[in-house]
Design a protein around this ligand. Sequence first.
Ligand code: ZN
Ligand code: ZN
Length: 196
Amino acid sequence: MVVASDIKIAACQKIKGIKFMNCSSCQGYQLTPVELEKGLVAAECGKCQGTLLPLMNYEFWRNSQESFPELSGDICQHDASDTKTARFCPKCSRLMAKFKLAGHANNRLDYCAACSEVWLDEGEWDLLKKLNIIGHLSEILTDGWQKQIRLDQQDATIRNRYLELMGENDFDRLKSFKQWLKQHPAKVEMKQFINS
Ligand SMILES: [Zn+2]
Ligand SMILES: [Zn+2]
């Protein structure tokens, strides 16, 4: 028979389990509860300041926000650290998958799909604010978001190639010409003329 005290002990063990998870980068350092924002609890490593954020906590928090917190103070992308090497989930020890935040940011989030836990390196929460994607953490972890980043990067590569080839001034002139041509009623004939 399960008695109330057993349930209480089980609950305590569960809380203990969360409290005493170890950081997978810093040997001997445990993760302890921290409030990332009011009402958003994660687990932080006292050494590297990385945090393990349960996606469910994040989604509850996000759905309760009317507007998202803005970045107080200055942070540039370089202030946020990023684990380049593989990271193991502090909860289940499986390898975490890496997800890019945006095309122009090098930082990648680590995510364990088995536990639905996101690992944020020090400063990455603030970086999400800086990039105005604090409300899109769940979307970052999707194929669609990652595919869009790859497409944006391809566009940027092509753009840079043109820029290099013709210089900034000519490239700007060509862009406005292209825009003008696109909207012109005789654009087909004009393109034929250019190609003739
Ligand atoms: Zn650590
Ligand atoms: Zn895990």
